[in-house]
Ligand binder design. Structure first.
Ligand code: AMP
Length: 287
């Protein structure tokens, strides 16, 4: 199960001839457990290409009325091609299950890495923020808003490259939308208040993520959900004295965690920000 060599399975050419099926893959160890099924390491028999195979039970999807959401996730993710976005190579199904053929991210969730190291050095955090800003700029150009950027939805590959995954909550839309989704600590004020929102929700989440990278906790954490909401709505932002963080990093975070979404720093301006310019490793290939 080690080889990454061989051709990338190409769902377009394959689908045109014969759809993928389970017999096309050798199944390896389980990689993780999801809400609606498990993810396995797998290898396409002909090309020997290693992938992650996500198995989703149709009955579970139906029970939670999430068929539309999965369809949207598949449509969106299979169109995106960026080194920091997890590739979805294709999918197939049988009577009971849907199988997603995903790029394999050997080091798993960024969340687990963060839990292990608690917080990141500024240079690493800046490199990550820079790569994610580039990936999100690519999504926004294609009118895709992720809406659920958080460490649990970012995977890490063998080379340490970040891969944005889980487009389950993303939307393909040019207009402002009004649906509640996402995770508490990362929710922007306009989503807490259930107001119309647009692609700048991702810029807010990048600000939360940057804070969590540097301090090891999200900025508006509180005992209860309602306290978190209150802190988000007041943008009750403070910077602990330890770990000691540079003024430039705090400046970037403060320019992203802005209640008025139209005043948040744009993704392009993030890349030009002095903290990113001075700290992000430009040799780390993200684009
Ligand atoms: P999910 O159902 O997407 O939440 O996935 C459950 C778990 O499987 C995640 O927490 C990861 O640890 C693992 N996993 C999911 N997708 C991949 C992948 N493409 N590469 C490696 N591990 C994965």
């Amino acid at each position: 199960m080690a080889s990454h060599k061989g051709n990338v399975p190409d769902p377009r050419s394959k689908q045109a001839v014969k759809p993928w099926c389970l017999q096309d893959f050798e199944i390896g160890k389980p990689l993780g457990r999801g809400k609606f099924g498990n993810v396995y390491l797998a290898r396409e028999r002909k090309s020997k290409y290693v992938v992650a195979l996500k198995v989703i039970f149709k009955a579970q999807l139906r029970k939670h009325q999430l068929e539309h959401q999965l369809r949207r996730e598949i449509e969106i993710q299979s169109l995106l091609r960026h080194p920091n976005i997890l590739r979805l190579f294709g999918y197939f199904h049988d009577e009971e299950r849907i199988f997603l053929i995903l790029e394999y991210a050997a080091r798993g969730e960024l969340y687990k890495e963060l839990q292990r190291v608690r917080y990141l050095p500024e240079k690493r955090a800046a490199t990550y923020v820079s790569c994610l800003a580039q990936a999100l700029a690519y999504c926004h150009e294609k009118h895709v808003t992720h809406r659920d950027i958080k460490p649990e939805n970012i995977l890490v590959d063998l080379q340490g490259q970040l891969k944005i995954a889980d487009f389950g909550w993303s939307v393909h839309s040019k207009t402002k939308r009004q649906t509640m989704c996402g995770t508490l600590d990362y929710l922007p004020p306009e989503m807490v208040e259930n107001r119309l929102h647009d692609h700048t929700v991702d810029n807010w989440c990048l600000g939360i993520l940057c804070y969590e990278f540097l301090y090891g906790v999200p900025p508006f954490e509180a005992e209860s959900q309602s306290d978190t909401f209150r802190r988000i709505l007041r943008v009750d932002l403070s910077f602990p004295s330890t770990p000691a963080i540079s003024a430039e990093a705090k400046d970037l975070i403060s320019r992203l965690l802005v209640k008025d979404s139209s005043k948040r720093l744009s993704l392009q301006k993030i890349l030009e920000h002095p903290w990113i310019a001075q700290n992000a490793d430009s040799t780390s290939s993200c684009a």
